[in-house]
Design a protein around this ligand. Structure first.
Ligand SMILES: [Zn+2]
Length: 275
């Protein structure tokens, strides 16, 4: 959390208010979110730089700067990225980790209550290495059933674990893995390389559809996730299995089961509908 639909929502919300803007000054209050960059280098690089593009890769928001650097933010559980056109309230300021003051007014803020998120600063070479380690983007046209089949063929790991592995497939986390496997009627514990071609095709369709639907609903808020304008998402009302252990299956009415047998993550399924 947040996964592809949430980070995509954040990026789409902040992009029109951020791209083309110059950063007048930057303030970083906590350094524990930084990866591979020091506070002085981050602040120095951001100051006076202009944001040329905002995009998403996997579960990361990517801000391309005029200098050619990219600032990569993974908000994780409690982080949010918001552009404000007013000063922060004391509560907002309390958890602001990075605050960029924009020329012409406005603030670009990375806020993180528990600071579980990460901030990277990469040059072109670093970015190429970073993105090369991530799997295909499921909402891009090149993501076909054959691409998913290749990603699953190389591992005996549980199919749920395999589709959450960012090196195999980008952007899918626990919520949408649970939901896609329910929609595809596949038992999450099945070895990934044992799915039939027909099952892979069904799963491919289910992954694409669940991500598109969640994106249309501005993502899922179960705890702290907020869009790039500070709103809650709406897809939590449409979840069929995630966080619904013990409730009736929407398809057959039997009780949904929650286990932690796959990678210690919470997996909820219908043992009757998913085979
Ligand atoms: Zn069922």
């Amino acid at each position: 959390m947040p996964e592809l639909p949430e980070v995509e929502t954040i990026v789409r919300d902040v992009a029109p208010r951020l791209v083309g803007r110059r950063i007048r000054s930057a303030k970083l209050t906590k350094t524990d979110v930084l990866r591979g960059v020091s506070r002085p280098r981050l602040v120095r690089t951001l100051t006076g730089n202009t944001v040329r593009a905002a995009s998403r890769r996997a579960k990361h928001a990517v801000f391309l700067l005029q200098s050619g650097h990219r600032m990569i933010v993974q908000p994780r559980m409690t982080g949010s990225l918001i552009v404000y056109d007013r000063p922060l309230t004391p509560d907002e300021a309390r958890y602001a980790v990075l605050t960029c003051s924009l020329a012409g007014g406005g603030l670009f803020v990375y806020r993180d209550v528990r600071r579980l998120g990460t901030v990277w600063l990469l040059d072109e070479r670093g970015w190429k290495a970073y993105t090369a380690r991530l799997g295909p983007e499921p909402l891009e046209p090149g993501f076909t059933p054959a691409v998913l089949a290749r990603a699953l063929a190389g591992t005996r790991a549980a199919v749920k674990k395999a589709i959450m592995d960012q090196r195999r497939l980008a952007g899918v986390g626990n919520i949408y893995a649970n939901e896609a496997l329910f929609d595809a009627r596949i038992d999450p514990s099945r070895p990934a390389n044992r799915l039939t071609a027909a099952e892979v095709e069904t799963l491919h369709g289910a992954i694409v559809e669940i991500l598109q639907r969640a994106l249309r609903a501005s993502g899922t808020t179960v705890r702290d996730y907020r869009t790039g304008t500070g709103e809650s998402g709406n897809f939590q009302f449409e979840l069929k299995v995630y966080d619904r252990g013990g409730e009736p299956c929407v398809r057959c009415g039997r009780r949904l089961v929650t286990t932690h047998a796959i990678d210690l993550r919470q997996t909820t399924l219908c043992a009757f509908c998913q085979r």
